[in-house]
Design a protein around this ligand. Structure first.
Ligand SMILES: C[S@@+](CC[C@H](N)C(=O)[O-])C[C@H]1O[C@@H](n2cnc3c(N)ncnc32)[C@H](O)[C@@H]1O
Length: 497
């Protein structure tokens, strides 16, 4: 079924291509991850829609189902806010100590660790411009000037607070506003603080932050809960600002004495929750404010937009065993979400190619914010390169395809003609290169697959399943395919011809 077209003069013998179906768990949500780092869902170009079918083969997605949808106006409540609503008026201890990550639950990688992966952004690089570089501050998105509900009734009250990150750089500016903004400043600050303590510190160092009764994060949580409840109270506003200042000071000590760098140098893997948090920060700042422009596309099936969500990308990374010294290519990379995730999560060289101008603009904005934000977090991602072009014609991407170890093509709604074009690009991939696609590239499974010279004979194809809520355009899970180039098949069968 996975038909790569025919090479007319080849002497390769007949090997009917097979798609091996791997037994997988029924499509359902993944198990909750061990870490309790809470993050809010980022608005994607379209919310998952409920449809009756889960199988791509039996019910191909129509362009309609992939069209961007207006995001819901209702904001999801943070866990802290939800707790507040069920507690009594005077309670300032609504967040229970149990909501903290116990030292025993601190991050431990569960995947094969890639020892070649270096995570730390080099300290010397911060010396340039005293660690100050352009970022989109949270206050640029959620601020008093953007019609949010003010946190205080006093007009001139300064609602700005600055947060220190683990990188030796400038702080991020947050305006403590509670409105219908995507970014919930207090909750994001609290989530970042928990993540930093969980990932960047030894258990000993983390105690000052995570002690369930006296820790700086506990104090931050308590102040956040009170403020969320009475967000016009000046004293509570000052209380939260003080908690952030104290956190900043304590973090700065570990930053300045080199403890954070030392710890990061011993690590070779980032927890998924942290990857997702950074990517959401980038998306919230660079894409969400203008996500509607993705709707303004030409009426062309090939350019229908939809995204693989972060869990799916992580599953692809694990299934293909993508490593930091390898090359990843996304053909039709949209706003660059998959390219950025592989660069951050794996540290590999990541390429994307996209032709739709609006998506390219958002991808460029994301790339810029991504690289700045990685510096804030003190993390070195893999090299990112985004081409603004038609991937069937772009020379740079063709060269990258030849060096690629993993290629993604989210071809759920690509036309047959485009899939046929893709086939030609894959003739030159290197041995063991893995091509991940959402649909077999050719609907024509009968004739060419039985010909002598069908290039699909060079690929071992495995059909796999993805879970519910793994893609942005529908709720259900579905099938995807991993085709691995295997030169030994060619050698083996050429004797038979
Ligand atoms: C469904 S989106 C996938 C986005 C991203 N790869 C993901 O999976 O999250 C497919 C993208 O491929 C792009 N595309 C289609 N044909 C293309 C071509 N010939 N060259 C470059 N991009 C193309 C579309 O414009 C669209 O943005």
């Amino acid at each position: 079924m996975f038909n790569f077209g025919a090479k007319p003069n080849s002497k390769i013998a007949v090997v009917p291509p097979k798609i091996r179906l791997e037994k997988a768990a029924p499509a359902k949500k993944p198990q909750p991850l061990p870490s309790k780092i809470a993050t809010r869902p980022a608005p994607r170009p379209h919310e998952p829609t409920r449809t009756s079918s889960s199988k791509i083969r039996t019910s191909p997605a129509t362009p309609d189902r992939l069209e961007p949808r207006k995001r819901k106006a209702v904001r999801q409540k943070s866990p802290a806010q939800q707790r507040i609503e069920s507690d009594s008026d005077d309670d300032d201890t609504v967040g229970t100590p149990a909501s903290f990550d116990e030292p025993s639950k601190r991050h431990k990688p569960s995947v094969d660790v890639d020892l070649k992966r270096e995570l730390r952004y080099k300290q010397e690089a911060y010396k340039e411009h005293d660690g100050v570089f352009p970022i989109i501050h949270a206050a640029d998105i959620a601020s008093t000037t953007r019609k949010s509900k003010k946190v205080t009734t006093i007009e001139e009250k300064n609602v700005t607070v600055e947060l220190q990150y683990p990188g030796a750089s400038q702080r991020e500016r947050y305006d403590l506003v509670f409105g219908r903004e995507q970014i919930d400043p207090a909750h994001e600050i609290y989530t970042i603080a928990k993540t930093v303590a969980n990932v960047y510190m030894t258990e000993e160092e983390a105690v000052l932050f995570t002690d369930p009764n006296t820790g700086l994060i506990r104090k931050l949580e308590r102040a956040m809960n009170l403020l969320s409840r009475k967000n016009k109270d000046e004293e509570l506003l000052d209380g939260f600002k003080t908690a952030v200042d104290n956190y900043n000071k304590a973090l700065k000590v570990l930053l300045n004495d080199g403890s954070l760098s030392k710890n990061l140098d011993k690590m070779h893997h980032l927890p998924f929750e942290m990857v997702r948090l950074i990517l959401r920060q980038v998306y919230d700042r660079a894409v969400s404010p203008q996500v509607d422009i993705l709707k303004r596309t030409k009426d062309n099936k090939d350019n229908t937009y939809g995204e693989l969500l972060a869990h799916f990308v992580t599953m692809i990374i694990e299934e293909t065993q993508l490593k930091s010294d390898q090359v990843f290519v996304d053909l039709g990379s949209g706003v660059g979400n998959v390219v950025l995730q592989t660069a951050l999560e794996v540290g590999c060289e990541s390429w994307g190619c996209e032709m739709m101008p609006n998506a390219c603009d958002l991808a460029d904005a994301q790339e810029k914010e991504f690289s700045a934000r990685c510096r804030l977090w003190g993390i070195k991602p893999g090299k990112v390169r985004l081409e603004r072009d038609d991937f069937t014609r772009n020379v740079a991407i063709h060269e990258a395809i030849k060096r690629a170890d993993v290629i993604l093509v989210n071809n759920e709604v690509f036309s047959q003609a485009l899939n046929a074009n893709l086939v030609q690009l894959f003739l030159d991939v290197k041995d063991k290169c893995k091509i991940v696609s959402l649909k077999p590239l050719s609907a024509d499974s009968k004739i060419k697959s039985r010909t002598f010279n069908d290039p699909s004979n060079l690929f071992e194809v495995v059909q796999k399943q993805y879970f519910e809520d793994f893609v942005s355009w529908k709720h259900e899970g579905g099938d995807y395919y991993i085709s691995t180039k295997d030169d030994t098949r060619l050698q083996k069968f050429s004797h038979l011809g």
